[in-house]
Design a protein around this ligand. Structure first.
Ligand SMILES: [Fe+2]
Ligand SMILES: [Fe+2]
Length: 311
C-alpha cells in the first residue's frame, strides 16, 4: 500500500497549558458510578464542577521555510480554571491577536471540550477542527448550548469554519502536519478521536494526541502503514490513556513493553497516561521527558502544566 506524503516540517514545540483533567479521580469515578457507569452519556451525568480542570496544549510548528503555525489542541473543561491557565501562558492574547490559527478538539470528552467558551471568548471565529464522529449534542455545543443535567454551557456561538476529519482519512493541515480521526466507542458515551502526525525533517514522525483512546500502538501502527517518513518514529506527546485512574493493569504493562519497538527518541506523555504508567516507562528505559510538577500537575516525572517539549 502506498503511504501518504504529508510533506516535512522543521520542528514542533508543544507547550502543555494544562494536563490535569480533574482534581480528584476518586470523586470523578464515584460520580460516574452513581450516574450509571462508564456507558452513561457524559452529557447527562450531573458533574461536580468543583472537580473540573481540563486538558489543553499549544502547538507551535515551524515549516521548512521558517514560517510558524500555532494552534491549540483541546480547550479544557472548567472555564474559570482554563481562563487562569490561558492568562498564565499568554494564550488569551495570542488568540485575540490572531496568532493562534486553529483549535483542534481531539474528542468530545468533557475535560477536552467543555471549556470551549474560554477559547471562543477571545476568538469566536477561530477555525475549529473536530473528528466527524461528534454526537449531535457535541455539534450543538459548538454553536452554543446548555446541558443543565451535566452542569455545562457554551454561551458563545462559534462563528468560524468547522473542519470535520473523517475516520482513517489523512487530512493534511500544513506541510509536515496531518490529522487522522480514529473511530471507536469511548467511555461515557462518545465516539472517535482525532490525533496529529508531524513529519520532521531528518528526525521522523511525532505522534500527538489528546487522550489517545485509540491506543498508542494503534496510533503508531497507523503511521507505520500509512504515513511516509514513518521508518523513523521520533516522538510522542499527550495523554496515552494507559492508567488514567491510577492503576496500571497487565494490559497497560503490555502496551508499555510494545512501545519500545518503535525506538522513539522523546516521549512527553501526561494527562490520562497515569503516573504509574510513567514510572513503568522510566523503568523500561523509554525516553520520558520530565517536567517541573507545577500549576496542579501532580508529578515532575512527566511533562506538566507550563512545561514545553521541542521535537
Ligand atoms: Fe482526557
Ligand atoms: Fe478522553
Amino acid at each position: 500500500m502506498k503511504k501518504t506524503d504529508i510533506g516535512e516540517c522543521k520542528s514542533v514545540k508543544v507547550k502543555c497549558v494544562s494536563e490535569l483533567g480533574w482534581f480528584d479521580s476518586e470523586k470523578l469515578i464515584k460520580q460516574i458510578e452513581t450516574a450509571g457507569g462508564l456507558d452513561k452519556d457524559q452529557w447527562t451525568i450531573p458533574w461536580d464542577y468543583e472537580n473540573a480542570a481540563g486538558s489543553c496544549s499549544l502547538i507551535d510548528m515551524e515549516t521548512l521555510d521558517g514560517k510558524h503555525h500555532k494552534f491549540l489542541l483541546d480547550t479544557g473543561w472548567n472555564n474559570p480554571y482554563m481562563d487562569r491557565a490561558f492568562k498564565r501562558e499568554g494564550i488569551d492574547k495570542a488568540l485575540k491577536n490572531g496568532e493562534i490559527e486553529a483549535l483542534i478538539i481531539s474528542h468530545e470528552h468533557l475535560d477536552h471540550f467543555w471549556g470551549l467558551e474560554t477559547t471562543l471568548k477571545y476568538k469566536p471565529d477561530i477555525k475549529i477542527i473536530i473528528p466527524n464522529t461528534f454526537s449531535a449534542k457535541g455539534k450543538a455545543f459548538l454553536k452554543g448550548a446548555e446541558f443543565k443535567e451535566a452542569n455545562v454551557k457554551n454561551g458563545i456561538s462559534h462563528r468560524g469554519d468547522t473542519i470535520k476529519v473523517e475516520p482513517e482519512e489523512v487530512k493534511k493541515l500544513y506541510d509536515g502536519c496531518a490529522a487522522v480521526a480514529f473511530d471507536l466507542p469511548i467511555i461515557i458515551g462518545i465516539r472517535g478521536e482525532v490525533s496529529l502526525y508531524f513529519n520532521i525533517k531528518d528526525k521522523g514522525i511525532v505522534c500527538v494526541a489528546g487522550c489517545c483512546h485509540q491506543g498508542i500502538i494503534t496510533f503508531a501502527e497507523f503511521a507505520k502503514k500509512n504515513i511516509a517518513g514513518s521508518d523513523k518514529m521520533h516522538g510522542v506527546y499527550g495523554g496515552l490513556h494507559i492508567a488514567p485512574f491510577g492503576v496500571l493493569d497487565d494490559k497497560g504493562e503490555k502496551v508499555i513493553q510494545d512501545m519500545a519497538k518503535y525506538n522513539f527518541k522523546k516521549i512527553a506523555c501526561n494527562h490520562c497516561t497515569g503516573v504509574e504508567a510513567v514510572r513503568k516507562m522510566i523503568e523500561t528505559e523509554l525516553p520520558i521527558v520530565k517536567g517541573t510538577g507545577r500549576y496542579g500537575s501532580a508529578s515532575d516525572l512527566y511533562l506538566g502544566a507550563g512545561d514545553e517539549v521541542f521535537f
